[in-house]
Design a protein. Structure first.
Length: 405
């Protein structure tokens, strides 16, 4: 009996036992669909995370104050006070690789409008914040350098904050109070979208950095300076130029520890990529366990099938079927079950991924790699878990098989 004949006999046996075949395939269907869906979700999460980092700004360098010391204990980056507004102004004029900078100070504060109030992030910055951090104003305008120099009490409101305070009413021209100080809203930011672990980028209020430092929060130092390199290729050069300049301005001796730290987009994306890879491996591992369970289900059902068809096996051997033919029949049955289950699982997984994308709002994508891996793994499951039942069937003694009731 050749392979084609074995396949025909195997298919006839599967069709004759439709319910058993369907239940056998169920484990593989669930396993493969789980692999497809989870890997698609992981890929969607990865793309969303990368988009959030890229949305923070183009060619972005983040300059943060160093760590504070209290005896043996050390605070986190930004806990010391070392960066000034003058540092931010000096960087673009002294560093040829830097396009622009924007200093930042931020605090959570209560914002009031009439009888409405909300707690949000108040960010003091400069007009260059728009270009450095890829923000745009939807309605009204952003404050100017003149507003910064004159400590103007003007504000630009984020979309979430505007909805919390004003609902559907336009916030432009309205007066609000920030820590008891009256500000006039002159603009509303375009929707940026939730920033995941970076917070809600739309739940913010923007005011001139000088006003924030001197009138609202009483600060002398900025915590962060965002710097935009002229090109992606010049980011390393910009880092070196900024480091040299701050060493000179802060009078840091050679070999001494820096009182600042510089992070770039590439580092953020590398960390995010590592996190996404771990997330993908975790979800893929969980899904593969379910596929493994489906393979065990195939083996169990096939073993039961061998017991139920013992007399049939004896008759076939008596009519001249070789042990190899019996082995091929049961092995092909297991392979066909796993491949059909894999195909149905791929279709179900793609449908589940689309539904998951609609629910989460992520751009969930099913890659050909995940389809190929799932289908190939289902074939291996069929061969691996079908081999033992096939071997058991082929090793039956024909005389004993014919006597079996």
């Amino acid at each position: 009996m050749n392979l084609w004949d074995s396949m025909q006999v195997a298919l006839e046996g599967l069709v004759a036992n439709k319910m058993r075949s369907a239940l056998t395939m169920l484990g593989v269907i669930i396993g493969v669909s789980a692999v497809i869906t989870m890997l698609a979700i992981a890929q969607g999460a990865r793309e969303r995370m990368m988009g959030q980092i890229q949305g923070m700004g183009t060619n972005l360098l983040m300059i943060m104050s160093g760590q504070s010391h209290s005896g043996p204990a050390m605070g986190g980056f930004g806990s010391s006070q070392t960066l000034t507004l003058d540092d931010a102004l000096a960087i673009p004029t002294s560093c040829p690789s830097v396009q622009a900078t924007e200093p930042e100070v931020q605090r959570n504060a209560q914002i009031k409008y009439k009888n409405q109030n909300t707690n949000t992030t108040v960010l003091g910055t400069t007009p260059d914040y728009l270009s450095v951090r890829n923000y745009t104003v939807a309605v009204g305008k952003f404050f100017t350098d003149r507003d910064v120099h004159s400590l103007s009490k003007v504000a630009i409101i984020g979309n979430t904050t505007a909805e919390n305070l004003f609902g559907t009413v336009s916030p432009i021209g309205k007066s609000i109070r920030v820590n008891g100080i009256r500000f006039t809203i002159i603009g509303r930011m375009a929707v940026k979208g939730a920033a995941g672990s970076f917070g809600d980028a739309d739940d913010m209020l923007f005011i001139p950095v000088s006003t924030a430092m001197r009138r609202v929060f009483g600060l002398q130092y900025v915590r962060t300076i965002g710097a935009q390199a002229k090109t992606m290729e010049m980011m390393d050069q910009a880092t070196q130029e900024i480091t040299a300049l701050l060493h000179k301005r802060h009078k840091i001796a050679d070999g001494a520890d820096d009182d600042f730290v510089i992070r770039n987009q590439a580092e953020f994306m590398q960390m995010a990529d590592q996190t996404a890879n771990m997330f993908t491996m975790l979800l893929g591992g969980i899904a593969c366990v379910s596929l493994l369970v489906g393979g065990i289900g195939i083996m169990n059902i096939m073993l039961v099938s061998v017991t139920e068809r013992t007399r049939e096996i004896g008759i076939r051997m008596a009519l001249g079927a070789r042990r190899r033919d019996i082995q091929w029949q049961f092995l092909v049955e297991a392979l066909v079950l796993s491949l059909l289950g894999g195909a149905l699982g791929i279709a179900l997984g793609m449908l589940a991924a689309l539904i998951a994308g609609k629910i989460t709002g992520w751009n969930v994508s099913v890659s050909m790699i995940s389809i190929g891996v799932s289908f190939g793994f289902s074939a291996l499951v069929g061969i691996g878990f079908g081999f033992f039942p096939a071997l058991k069937a082929s090793n039956l003694d024909p005389i004993d098989a014919l006597r079996y009731e």
